[in-house]
Design a binder for this molecule. Structure first.
Ligand code: UDP
Ligand code: MG
Length: 337
């Protein structure tokens, strides 16, 4: 898989050592973004030049099946500040961002999508807030017009619900488009959990946060990789990793059901004492049995969900595997060590 022509030593200009202060890193997760790469860099480069500070762009190729990697290599050859990480397969956007954050060496790191839905020009505003002392500057979508109506509705509801359930407040309409100070990135990098629900982690770490509204653009090319099913699983990840409410809720329901059962028992007892034995009761028996059975199954499912996650955490596999990395001073060696 390694392509010797793109080993760090052969890149056109000598690489800056990692400890030469890179001020700003831009992390780009990429999955089948071949068609967007040129347009993205064409818009990103002028922004970075205008900022006029040493920067790097860390692109994480998350197991793309198109020409993303080839185009990235060309981009690196043209501009060695563009550094590349390639996953051995598709590990998902959250892992791609995780890897990007771990490879970034800047004093501040910007996370953004690679499909130009996050306008690169907003980085200048992020940067100004960071200079003014903010440690996290997060983009807030002015509208979700670029999403289909059903997805818009469901995401709204989901984030409202999750915000109510989790111990840390989650800012509405804040996504992955953000700038984070080195202190915040280091904090995130220390988190080893496998189920990485980044939006929750961002809030969990805290720090001085500032919101910047921005307008999402439609995707430049290609289609979203987040199907309804994938979004649903993502939502479940979010709930299970940031709330234990689903585990606790059943004891309350159990209590309520038990209370109702005691009352109903009393009613039956009185009825029997006053009116004598009454044979009919099939319907109430059936309803009660089915209801309790259903509740128990749901409860088992919830337990299984948490247990499954404990199991994956306990296995302690690496979060992702890097097959190639290009342009980093210590690069692949450090990664696989
Ligand atoms: N992405 C990724 N791995 C995946 C899916 C997506 O790295 O498995 C990247 C993708 O290349 C893009 C970003 O995550 O830069 C957002 O993806 P997408 O545009 O498909 O999602 P949406 O904008 O619909 O949320
Ligand atoms: Mg997108």
């Amino acid at each position: 898989m390694l392509t010797p022509t793109h080993e760090p030593s052969k890149s056109p200009t000598p690489l800056r050592p990692l400890n030469e202060a890179t001020v700003l890193s831009v992390v780009l997760p990429m999955h089948n973004e071949g068609e967007n790469i040129d347009a993205l860099f064409a818009r990103l480069a002028p922004v970075m030049e205008r900022l006029g500070v040493p920067y790097e762009v860390v692109c994480v190729d998350d197991g793309s099946r198109d020409d993303t990697w080839v185009r990235l290599q060309a981009a690196h050859a043209a501009n060695p500040r563009i550094r590349l990480v390639r996953f051995s397969r598709n590990f998902g956007k959250e892992m791609a961002m995780t890897a990007g954050l771990r490879h970034a060496s800047g004093r501040a790191v910007v996370l953004m999508d690679s499909d130009l839905q996050h306008p690169p020009e907003v980085i200048e505003e992020f940067y100004a807030h960071w200079q003014a002392g903010a440690q996290v500057v997060y983009g807030v979508r002015r509208s979700r017009d670029t999403d289909p109506p059903l997805r818009r509705f469901l995401t709204r509801r989901f984030y409202r619900m999750l915000d109510g359930m989790s111990e840390v407040p989650l800012p509405r309409d804040a996504g992955d488009f953000r700038l984070m100070d080195r202190a915040v990135v280091d904090a995130l990098n220390q988190m080893g959990e496998r189920t990485r629900f980044m939006k929750g982690l961002y809030s969990w770490v805290g720090f001085r946060q500032v919101a910047v509204p921005f307008e999402t653009a439609p995707r430049h090319a290609g289609t979203t990789t987040f199907s309804t099913w994938k979004l649903f699983r993502f939502a479940m990840d979010g709930i299970v990793s940031f709330s234990t409410l689903p585990l606790r809720i059943w004891s309350w329901l159990g209590l309520a059901v038990a209370a109702i059962a005691v009352l109903y028992g009393a009613v039956i007892l009185l009825k029997t004492m006053i009116f004598g034995i009454d044979v009919p009761g099939y319907a109430s028996l059936m309803v009660a049995t089915l209801f309790i059975g259903g509740v128990q199954l749901i409860c088992l499912g919830v337990l299984g969900d948490y247990l499954g996650r404990v199991f994956t955490e306990v296995k302690g596999r690496p979060l992702y595997l890097v097959s190639d990395s290009v342009g980093f001073a210590t690069g692949a060696a450090a990664e696989t060590a």
